[in-house]
Design a protein around this ligand. Structure first.
Ligand SMILES: *Cc1c(COP(=O)(O)O)cnc(C)c1O
Length: 404
């Protein structure tokens, strides 16, 4: 649903105004319609609403004005037709997979994706007869070889979680299209401020709203953005049946968070670049992966594909997991917690936390080593984050000295 007033403005301006329509009292901030149901004027009107002959609201699982405001906002930012707000990122992923696949179909998926995405494919989708294969989608040859006649979806996450390898959205979308497969991109790590997959040829983009879009670590939510009316109606039907919708209050909070998306992402990127360079020079760190480092294997592709390198860094300690453990237990400002994309800096260990459920074999395939540390860089002053890392790294160094 294009908002004519802002359709020609810049992304920064859209973050502030997208999805906000005039309302009854002229409130600058749209009201929260915290209601489960909506009154009909007559039996006849109720019937018309159900038949789709009149526009209006019926029941909040089907549609709600506060949720719709958020959906229109994210659709505008991603350059899509419409959004579908979901209870979580996983609800969005499930809704997409359940809508687009039937028994006997195949999904080709990035080997480095959010852990529970692979678990969902390998358990529930598998139970319903849908097969999945995992390839390193940063390698186009592997994508080409992996697409089968029954492939319905090519599912990618870029940069991939947690290895941050970058997949070429434009080329993968072309390969998928040739085989009549749909390209789905989980854009959680970049947000539309840095990367807009639909503009690059992808068919569907989804997000965990929980992360950068909301940005304040106080909501769990998800969203799907589609390009056309038919896909929208199809997805809406599934979402209404599965029931994994976001509620009005959380929609309001996410919509509020998005107003600062542009400036938050800018600070996430600036801080991450400085921290990645600091870590890369540090003698106790074996390897740093950040799309903004020239040492990143797809550095050039990243420059073309996104407008900034994001707020996620992964690194490997020279002392392996044990050194990582000391580091993670010694940070004070940085908090030991999963999730990402909030204003506060978080640190975590994928192999024992977010990617534990996928199993060691799948982790090895996805490049998730036991010593990998994932860092979600917040918007604090960068020197404070570095000072905290420095004191924690000194503890690692001391521990090594004591061991001789
Ligand atoms: C967190 C996350 C998800 C899942 O989102 P939830 O809101 O936790 O359900 C999916 N993809 C990526 C990349 C994520 O980081």
């Amino acid at each position: 649903m294009k908002n004519m007033k802002i359709s020609n403005t810049s992304f920064d301006t859209k973050c502030v105004h997208a999805g906000i329509e005039d309302n009854e009292f002229g409130a600058v901030v749209p009201p929260i319609y915290q209601t489960s149901t909506f009154k009909f004027q007559s039996v006849q009107q109720g019937a018309k609403l159900f038949a789709g002959e009149e526009k209006g609201y019926i029941y909040t699982r089907m549609a709600n004005p506060t949720v719709e405001a958020l959906e229109n906002c994210v659709a505008e930012l991603e350059g899509g037709y419409k959004g579908l707000g979901c209870a979580s990122g996983m609800a969005a992923i499930h809704t997409v997979l359940a809508t687009l696949t039937s028994a006997g179909d195949h999904v080709l998926c990035s080997s480095a994706v959010y852990g529970p995405t692979t678990t969902l494919l390998n358990t529930i989708l598998k139970k319903f007869g849908v097969d999945a294969d995992y390839v390193d989608t940063s390698n186009l040859e592997e994508v080409r070889r992996g697409i089968k006649p029954n492939t319905k979806i090519v599912y990618i996450e870029t940069p991939g979680n947690p290895t941050l390898y970058i997949s070429d959205i434009k080329e993968i979308s072309k390969l998928a299209k040739k085989q009549n497969a749909v390209t789905v991109v989980d854009n959680t790590f970049m947000s539309p401020a840095l990367q807009r997959p639909l503009e690059l040829g992808a068919d569907i983009v989804l997000h965990s709203l929980t992360k950068f879009l909301n940005g304040h670590a106080d909501v769990v939510g998800g969203i799907i953005v589609v390009k056309d009316e038919d896909t929208y109606k199809n997805f809406r039907r599934t979402l209404n049946q599965l029931g994994g919708v976001i509620d009005p209050f959380n929609s309001f909070l996410v919509h509020r968070g998005i107003k600062t998306l542009s400036i938050r992402m800018q600070r996430h990127c600036e801080n991450s670049q400085v921290i990645a360079e600091y870590l890369e020079k540090h003698s106790l760190i074996k390897k740093v992966v950040y799309p903004g480092l020239k040492s990143h294997p797809q550095y050039e592709l990243g420059l073309k594909q996104h407008d900034g390198h994001g707020g996620m860094i992964t690194f490997e300690m020279a002392g392996g997991f044990e050194a990582g453990q000391i580091l993670m237990n010694s940070v004070k400002l940085c908090q030991l917690a999963v999730s990402l994309g909030g204003v506060e800096t978080l640190i975590q260990h994928p192999a024992s936390m977010t990617h534990f459920s996928m199993g060691k074999a799948a982790r090895v395939m996805g490049g998730i080593t036991e010593g990998l540390v994932r860092f979600s860089v917040g918007i604090e002053n960068v020197n404070d984050i570095i000072n905290d890392l420095e004191q924690a790294l000194q503890k690692v160094e001391k521990a090594n000295l004591q061991e001789g």
